[in-house]
Design a protein around this ligand. Structure first.
Ligand SMILES: [Zn+2]
Length: 500
């Protein structure tokens, strides 16, 4: 006798529908799972058997073989428990095998028969629906999340007994199957730029960074407001489009950092890992299925590294791959896992280890070489990708409150629209993505002259030339100027050379 149903396994954000097939034969009672199970799947045997018994259904006293296919796919974690239980009981004809065969089931089983929430339900259900399987059963705790997938017919299950009863079994437990629709709660109000007093240069830098997608370095003493500024960058960025919203939400689902009640994530995320965080927490990793780290949680949003020189060099070095490719590849014994990781990087740094080197440096107690070493930890290849570097001076009592985020966001949106109209035919969205040679060809000779002059003076490197040129285009877009003039170039040099 054979029982079948389906489940989904994830590699990175990619979901694969798998067939769960159970075979029940006469012979000495045994329970085998085949199809590349890892250690946690072996534990699944105990959970499944105990959960079935706790649901008041007799475990078949026969020779049971469960096959998860395709066998080539690495399978990890407890999300296939529920499907294994249902397939076994379908094979034993304890539940309706035909109805079971039409279901995709996800969920971890507790020994008491409870259906526990699992990670990654959103990408898993999206994969099931994309493969033509609309009827999905998920843990009740994940039902809101699953219901975000258009076209999914979601059943949220509290207990195995309820699932079995719905499939015709005589199962009993104090539980029920519930179907839930996503609840709409208003999104959290992000911090506003009007809270930032003074800091005209840094505010301009933030606006330009938002408009052109440029990475940003903020340098200044502790308490100057670097973190306040960085936290306000997502608030002036445009909403995520539908594809990005699903991707950003799916990464959070997989990381277990997702609140289903607020629906799809529509605003650019902000991630600020501490410098003591593990490399796995920042780039992703862990045993078994590699989990997304901060670089992926920041996808389509902002990754903020406060006190950037304090991060271990090997962690800073791992940022180069996502900065270049917009994704991170995590290598594991059973293969590579890819996660999206296209973020806007904001680094904050004190001017020296003691933090007090401001102006002439009178308040600083650091030796010159200690100061050099400190900033030297931000390696050249990383700094090369940072278009904007500005000083954030200590706050002063005379500082006035600034413009609010809404007004800045409106200018950013206009500038982005202008850039997109020019760049979209070439496959780029913002100036920061445009290669230097192409940009040099489309810039007027007069505008370029100011930059060549800076190169001749030795004030600008060849790489610095392209970065300043990208900034000049973004400044022109913010002004609606069509193309950069010499004053945009001068302003760009200021943003670029703000920190030596
Ligand atoms: Zn110092």
């Amino acid at each position: 006798m054979i029982g079948r149903c389906r489940s989904v396994v994830l590699t990175g954000l990619a979901g694969h529908v798998i067939d769960v097939e159970a075979h029940v034969a006469r012979g000495l009672p045994a329970f085998t799972i085949v199809g590349l199970p890892d250690a946690s799947l072996a534990e699944a045997k105990d959970r499944v058997r105990a959960a079935v018994a706790s649901s008041g259904v007799e475990w078949p006293r026969q020779r049971i073989t469960v096959n998860l296919s395709p066998a080539s796919l690495p399978k990890s974690g407890p999300a296939t428990d529920l499907a294994i239980a249902v397939a076994v009981l379908a094979a034993a004809r304890e539940v309706d095998a035909t109805r079971a065969a039409g279901l995709v089931l996800l969920g971890e089983l507790g020994l008491d028969g409870r259906v526990r929430p699992v990670r990654g339900v959103l990408p898993a259900v999206a994969a099931a629906v994309a493969a033509g399987h609309r009827r999905v059963v998920v843990p009740a705790g994940n039902a809101d999340e699953a219901a975000l997938v258009a076209g999914a017919a979601v059943t949220g299950a509290v207990a195995l007994a309820a699932v079995l009863r719905a499939l015709g079994a005589d199962a009993h437990a104090e539980s029920e199957v519930t179907v839930r629709a996503p609840a709409g709660t208003p999104p959290e109000v992000p911090p506003d730029l009007e809270d930032v007093r003074g800091q005209d240069d840094a505010r301009l830098a933030l606006e330009v960074a938002a408009a052109g997608g440029h990475h940003l370095l903020l340098m200044g003493p502790p308490g100057a407001g670097k973190t306040m500024l960085a936290e306000r960058l997502p608030g002036v960025l445009p909403d995520l489009d539908d594809d990005e919203a699903v991707r950003v939400t799916a990464v959070r689902s997989l990381a277990g950092a997702f609140d289903a009640a607020s629906g799809l994530v529509r605003r650019p995320p902000f991630e600020a890992p501490h410098h003591t965080a593990s490399a796995a927490a920042i780039v992703g990793g862990g045993s078994g299925l590699a989990r997304p780290g901060a670089v992926s949680l920041a996808h389509a949003g902002v990754l903020f590294l406060d006190e950037a020189p304090e991060f271990p060099t090997r962690v800073l070095d791992t940022l180069r791959q996502p900065l270049e490719r917009g994704e991170i590849v995590l290598h594991r014994a059973h293969g590579a896992t890819r996660y999206p990781a296209r973020f806007q990087l904001v680094l904050a740094a004190n001017p020296c280890p003691c933090g007090m080197f401001v102006g002439t440096g009178e308040g600083c107690s650091c030796k010159a070489d200690a100061r050099r070493r400190y900033l030297g930890r931000l390696s050249g290849p990383l700094l090369d990708r940072i278009d904007i570097r500005v000083h954030v001076p200590p706050a002063s009592r005379a500082d006035r409150p600034g413009e609010g985020s809404a007004a800045v966001a409106a200018r950013v949106a206009r500038a982005r629209a202008a850039a997109a109209a020019r760049l979209a035919p070439h496959g780029w969205r913002v100036s920061a993505e445009v290669p230097g040679p192409w940009l040099r060809q489309v810039t007027s000779r007069a505008a370029c002259a100011g930059l060549w002059h800076a190169v001749d003076r030795g004030a600008l490197s060849a790489r610095g030339f392209d970065r300043a040129l990208r900034l000049a285009w973004t400044l022109a877009d913010l002004e609606g100027a069509g193309s950069p003039r010499t004053d945009h170039v001068a302003q760009a040099l200021g943003l670029r050379e703000g920190v030596r």
